[in-house]
Design a protein around this ligand. Sequence first.
Ligand SMILES: Cc1cc2nc3c(=O)[nH]c(=O)nc-3n(C[C@H](O)[C@H](O)[C@H](O)COP(=O)(O)OP(=O)(O)OC[C@H]3O[C@@H](n4cnc5c(N)ncnc54)[C@H](O)[C@@H]3O)c2cc1C
Length: 298
Amino acid sequence: MYWIFNPKVVGTLTAHTADEQDWVLTTAVLPALEPAGGMPAAQALSLVRAAIGDDSVDVRVQSVRPWSMALRRAEAARVGRVLLLGEAAAGFSAIGGFGMNHGIEDAASLAWRLQILLGSFVRDDLAQALLSSYAEERAASAQAHASRTQQLSDLADQVLRAAGVDPGGFQALSALSRSPWVRLLPRPAAGKLFRAATGTGLKPLGRLADAGQAGAEVRARVRRAIDRQREVFVTLGTDLGHAHATGFLCPEPHPHAKSPHAGTDYWAESSPGALVPHLWSQADGGSLSRATWPGVRR
Ligand SMILES: Cc1cc2nc3c(=O)[nH]c(=O)nc-3n(C[C@H](O)[C@H](O)[C@H](O)COP(=O)(O)OP(=O)(O)OC[C@H]3O[C@@H](n4cnc5c(N)ncnc54)[C@H](O)[C@@H]3O)c2cc1C
């Protein structure tokens, strides 16, 4: 993945196939003025070209698709017999990449509860408590992941700041573009106005290409900020190390040891609410990947 910082486009360019033939450029637009879904192919192509910076590269735009980078959460994960999971229950911005992981955790958390309820007779009040604990556990987990996403977004913003760009500037423009008075303006005029404002905001990025001392200094600042981004990309501690403190569990009175870098480093633990530690073992002449829970094989 490449981060793109230049006065014409800011975003990421990510290889989506192992042979690096298919790439996805992710960049921000102002949907109130120019919905991404309706972006002409020529405009998309010029953004891709600006991101690559080499017009000799053969490029074919396959599709332009909008998605919304926002933290969202349903008011409740359970209403009666309706239980929400995945993106329908909680959405995270792409920073940290917690969305699908969280959705899979939702599914696992619901699956074992449903298996208990379907497989054996459970008193109605206990069945209700079991289902309510799903909503309680997932709400706490979504809150923890949303807070972590926000921390990582703030960290990632330091790269733009180092380059002299205000990370909140585009959000302010986006809010303004949705205001009633902007809606009164003719669309082409509003589009031109906001494109000019975006260009002004991104102008400092031009210094990154400066061959002189000023350019060298800004590049060094940006490089230092990028060096501090490890936590944004290494999230194993959050992905595997999140231990539920609420829900259907009996908490232990003493805390288990946590890594001082709990967001990045995963330290296996066996406290209730944590992921069961993993173990490679040799059996039947081959390696088995299994949880340490006796009798459970994966
Ligand atoms: C750009 C981007 C990058 C991401 N990167 C990461 C990452 O690195 N790591 C990570 O963990 N997560 C990431 N995510 C999040 C991840 O993609 C989502 O969390 C995950 O896809 C959610 O899965 P889901 O099945 O809950 O919902 P979805 O994948 O949204 O699936 C819902 C499906 O339901 C269909 N549907 C909707 N309405 C109806 C209807 N009325 N009838 C029938 N079908 C319907 C939709 O068409 C869709 O196919 C990223 C998301 C985006 C947009």
